[in-house]
Design a binder for this molecule. Structure first.
Ligand code: SF4
Length: 210
């Protein structure tokens, strides 16, 4: 599945916090190379299952923090994806003595994983979003339930470290849910949300308060 180069470039720059005009010639070249090769440097894999195919609704989805998903889970899927260990290793090696290159490759890898995931979501359930544990007051650690239910260790080689971070690091897990709109309006942690305090959101776009 091919990710449009312009989209990848735009998202990688967003991860870097730069615009095109901020980049010097050397960084432009590093970015160009990373964009051209990220697909071959990665070993993208994904795995999913429909919630309706599980013997019962997972208990973590019945917590109050997932209330906003209720009524939308009949068509939803559990999903996980990873770029594999090779790209982690490449970034680690670069960071030893070519730090600026490591930073750019890291941003391109993040953008690539996100773009591949978005393409999958668009194809499997048009109009749906990927709701990841950690959004809207849910616990990031709930990733472990999704990974367990998908047997992500076997299918994708994803391990969950004690810290809760996934290995390979360029991995993600979540629930693909249709007819869902991110909003802070009824989020259970809105009054103390660390994202809103910084003018950001957990879902990456402007705060929706209606
Ligand atoms: S950004 Fe909004 S939805 Fe996300 S955790 Fe904060 S209040 Fe909740």
């Amino acid at each position: 599945m091919c990710v449009p180069a312009s989209l990848l470039r735009h998202d990688a720059l967003a991860y870097l916090g730069y615009s095109d005009s901020d980049l010097d010639d050397k960084t432009q070249e590093i970015l160009h190379t990373a964009l051209a090769h990220i697909a071959e440097w990665s070993d993208y894999k994904q795995h999913y299952c429909y919630l309706k195919d599980l013997p019962e609704m997972p208990a973590f989805l019945q917590q109050a923090s997932y209330k906003s998903l209720q009524g939308k889970l009949d068509t939803a899927l559990l999903f996980a994806a990873s770029l594999g260990l090779g790209i982690d290793q490449r970034i680690r090696t670069l960071s030893l003595n070519r730090l600026s290159e490591a930073v750019v490759v890291n941003a391109v890898a993040n953008a690539y994983l996100e773009a591949r995931t978005e393409l999958f979501v668009k194809e499997i359930l048009p109009g749906a979003v990927l709701f990841c544990p950690g959004y809207a007051g849910t616990e990031p650690g709930d990733n472990r339930y999704i990974l367990d239910l998908l047997d992500a260790q076997k299918h994708l080689g994803i391990y969950l470290k004690e810290s809760g971070l996934m290995l390979p690091e360029k991995s993600m897990a979540g629930i693909v849910v249709a007819n869902y709109r991110f909003s802070c309006k009824s989020c259970i942690i809105r009054s103390k949300c660390p994202y809103l305090k910084q003018g950001k959101t957990c879902y990456g776009s402007k705060p929706a308060l209606d």
